[in-house]
Design a protein around this ligand. Structure first.
Ligand code: FAD
Length: 466
């Protein structure tokens, strides 16, 4: 250990290397908690050996070469908000915290691009873009904490994804340190027809194929107008039909959040929040058309200000997470939780299968003695989510029941032609289902790519089912 410490310090300078227990503890976990019911609950033992904070691609390359020479692993760490355990070091690892690479290198209104370090926090980028009349298309709940590199590596989805796409869709070019220490810089252009898109190897790659150090992103003009709408529906099915109508008519909401549960004051409500944004005339006509269409679905418009409040407070959950994240190494993942076990799924399905799937979820969870709560749609009708809980606090048997029920629900998604996760990645939580997700040939291809690019398996081993 002493040898590793002094070598890393020689490579980067002592101020960029830490072995302090608190530092190791905060870099041992992300947002995957011990009260999530999944197959390895309580058995994952994080093994951070050191935390390094490089400030250039060159320094990252030095660390990667060092790890390769000493048989250590590399785990890239952004904001640590990943919900699947993607940033948990499963083997003795050097955790590469990209937090020092937080410079906005350039921003252009004419080109509608921003070039930024991988460690830039999304909210900081959004604020800076806003000062120049621009916005980032990616607006997740976790905006105040998540980083550009982490969001690209999980191909996250935000509130405005239907209009602007996922985080991966914003990527024009990347700088990436590969497992052998070479630095790849892809051409930052909106389109090319010069072979496969190499950016895509790293989008959703969870750091398994390289460490992203910089990204050039597509950014958008600040919308001239934003109109926020909120409605309640008599039940999920009617709301779903109304949403289908929106999309079949060709309307294009920037934001859509639909769910059973709704505002705390009306727990049983099925509520829809919508935002249209863009040029004034387009926004007005889309909002008008929506209101007219919804008359036919027994929709009730919520009180003035309710949609605005939803919009203004949409990142509050991340602030709560930030306040509550202080935890100690060891008792964060292995300990029996003091809260109820739960898990959630975020699946992509053909729209025509969503209602049938929702009923099947109720059936599966009741067979396991569990409850499903908070059914929802996000961004578009194909993106469905639900939370599985055990109403009472009964211990690890619940974790097993939740894990088995969720696996059954995810396998049903596969049968129905969908994908088991649409925005949070795979990490350790879903690794065991990757073969079923991609099929024998698909997973074999991914593993061959991994082997070709990282033959020693030093980049975030154990993730993505590779
Ligand atoms: C309260 C809360 C709300 C959330 N809301 C949303 C939401 O609305 N939408 C959504 O999509 N997700 C959401 N998430 C999940 C999470 O915020 C996203 O997955 C986010 O994109 C992760 O970013 P991060 O910087 O925190 O990454 P981390 O958690 O640090 O890392 C995520 C993965 O990416 C890898 N990685 C990190 N940086 C790099 C890099 N530079 N190069 C290569 N690999 C890297 C890590 O090794 C890990 O595998 C939420 C999470 C929380 C806790």
């Amino acid at each position: 250990m002493v040898e590793v410490a002094s070598s890393l310090m020689d490579l980067l300078g002592p101020e960029k290397v830490s072995f302090v227990e608190d530092d190791l503890a905060t870099h041992a976990v992300d947002a995957l908690r011990s009260n999530r019911g999944y197959p390895h609950t309580g058995t994952v033992v994080p093994q951070p050996v050191a935390v390094v904070r490089p400030s250039s691609a060159d320094e990252v390359a030095r660390v990667v070469k060092f790890a390769s020479a000493h048989g250590a692993s590399i785990v890239p760490y952004g904001g640590g908000t990943g919900l699947m355990g993607g940033a948990i070091p499963l083997r003795p690892s050097i955790v590469v915290d990209l937090g020092n690479m937080n410079r906005i290198t350039s921003m252009s209104r004419d080109d509608r691009t921003a070039t930024v370090g991988a460690g830039v926090v999304l909210a900081d980028l959004e604020r800076e873009l806003n000062r120049h009349g621009l916005i980032l298309g990616h607006d997740p709940w976790s905006l105040p904490i998540a980083t550009v590199g982490g969001a690209i590596s999980t191909d996250g989805l935000g509130y405005r994804a239907y209009k602007y796409g996922s985080m991966g869709d914003q990527v024009l070019g990347l700088t990436v340190v590969l497992a052998d220490g070479r630095i790849l810089k892809t051409r930052a252009v909106p389109r090319h027809s010069t072979g496969v898109d190499m950016n895509r190897l790293f989008i959703g790659g969870e750091g398994c194929f390289g460490v992203i150090t910089e990204a050039t992103l597509r950014v958008f003009p600040q919308p001239e107008e934003r109109r926020l709408l909120s409605y309640t529906f008599p039940n999920f099915e009617t709301g779903f039909e109304a949403i289908m109508d929106i999309f079949q008519t060709g309307l294009s909401p920037a934001m859509l959040e639909f769910g059973e549960g709704g505002p705390a004051s009306s727990a049983e409500q099925t509520t829809l929040y919508l935002a249209y944004e863009g040029v004034r005339e387009e926004v007005a006509s889309q909002a008008q058309r929506t209101a007219a269409m919804f008359d036919g679905y027994s929709a009730t418009s919520l009180a003035d200000g309710e949609a605005e409040e939803f919009w203004e407070t949409r990142h509050r959950v991340a602030e709560r997470f930030k306040r509550g994240r202080v935890m100690k190494l060891g008792d964060s993942l292995a300990a029996t939780p003091s809260e109820r076990y739960f898990d959630y799924i975020h699946v992509a399905l053909p729209a025509s299968k969503v209602l049938q799937y929702r009923l099947a979820c109720m059936d599966i969870t009741s067979r396991y003695g569990l409850d499903t709560v908070d059914y929802g749609l996000w961004c578009q009708p194909e993106l469905f989510s639900t939370v599985v809980v055990k109403a009472s606090l009964a211990g690890t048997a619940d974790a097993e029941a939740i894990s088995r029920a969720v696996d059954e629900m995810l396998r049903l998604v596969h049968e129905l032609g969908g994908s088991m996760e649409y925005c949070h990645g795979v990490g350790v939580r879903l690794a065991h289902l990757m073969e079923e997700e991609h099929g024998e040939v698909g997973i074999d291809l991914l593993r061959s790519l991994k082997k070709a690019l990282d033959p020693q398996d030093i980049l975030n081993p154990g993730k993505l089912g590779l």
